[in-house]
Design a protein around this ligand. Structure first.
Ligand SMILES: Cc1cc2nc3c(=O)[nH]c(=O)nc-3n(C[C@H](O)[C@H](O)[C@H](O)COP(=O)(O)OP(=O)(O)OC[C@H]3O[C@@H](n4cnc5c(N)ncnc54)[C@H](O)[C@@H]3O)c2cc1C
Length: 218
């Protein structure tokens, strides 16, 4: 478990060099970022061409789970154990410095290096539920269970959080020397993610929006 894993950013290839003051070594922060995110970006190289694929994911202990079609050319490389890099980025705000150079974005960001393993059988079934529970808490028990055919068409991958790094940028701008007197407004503008009002589809007649949907928060 976590206690046996290397500290984030502690391997040669995960040591943050650029703006190293943004490094976070606490695995609780790593977990909290992954639990707050919905989308990961996963790198695959096919025939020498890099691709970055967006996927829904969930953290399951010390690994990240995600799924794709068994027919996906890009996923097949991951399934055979190709090295990959997965990132999750949460955007927290815009940082307005008195120069473009020092202006930036506040963020919480995770990078994971490694190779995926394919999950099968009960582990695969459980993983599908874990991913659903992360994206749509409490939804799984309300919906039709997957058929054997649907499950067979789905590739479920797990990537260990063993080798990873975390960077967090927060607060206001750091000005370049001399810019303190430049007469532009400076500061930061927080960005927050909110869920909108649920919109029923045409099959809903008099069904109220379930409580677990109403209570979803981000
Ligand atoms: C929303 C957002 C916007 C950004 N915009 C820019 C931009 O416009 N220009 C720019 O140069 N940089 C930007 N960054 C920072 C960028 O992600 C990299 O951190 C930086 O460019 C890496 O510099 P480097 O190649 O010298 O990496 P190094 O510091 O040499 O990277 C070494 C190791 O640090 C870790 N690492 C690096 N970056 C990250 C990260 N973001 N999260 C987690 N671990 C990391 C990795 O394990 C990597 O292998 C942005 C980051 C975020 C999240």
């Amino acid at each position: 478990m976590s206690a046996d894993l290397p500290v984030p950013g502690s391997t040669e290839r995960t040591r943050v060099r650029r703006l190293a003051d943004k490094t976070v070594v606490d695995r609780n922060v790593l977990n909290a970022i992954l639990d707050a995110g919905l989308v990961a970006h996963v790198a695959v190289i096919t025939d020498g061409q890099p691709y970055v694929v967006s996927v829904a994911y969930a953290r399951d202990g010390d690994r990240v789970l995600f799924h794709g079609s068994t027919g996906s050319r890009l996923f097949r490389g991951l399934a055979t154990g190709d090295s990959t890099c997965l990132t999750v980025t949460l955007i927290d705000g815009l940082v307005l410095a008195r120069s473009a150079f020092e202006s930036s974005i506040n963020y919480r960001s995770v990078m994971v290096l490694g190779s995926c393993v394919v999950l099968e059988g009960d582990e695969k079934d459980r993983a599908l539920r874990v991913i659903s529970d992360h994206l749509l808490p409490d939804r799984w028990d309300d919906i039709r269970p997957p058929t054997k055919k649907e499950t067979a068409a789905t590739l479920v991958l797990a990537l260990s959080l063993e080798e990873c790094s975390v960077k967090v940028g927060e607060g206001g701008p750091e000005e370049a020397e001399g810019d303190e007197t430049w007469p532009a407004w400076g500061g930061h503008v927080p960005i927050r993610e909110v869920l909108g009002e649920p919109v029923p589809d045409e099959l809903v007649t008099d069904q109220p929006v379930p409580d677990y949907v109403r209570k979803w928060t981000r």
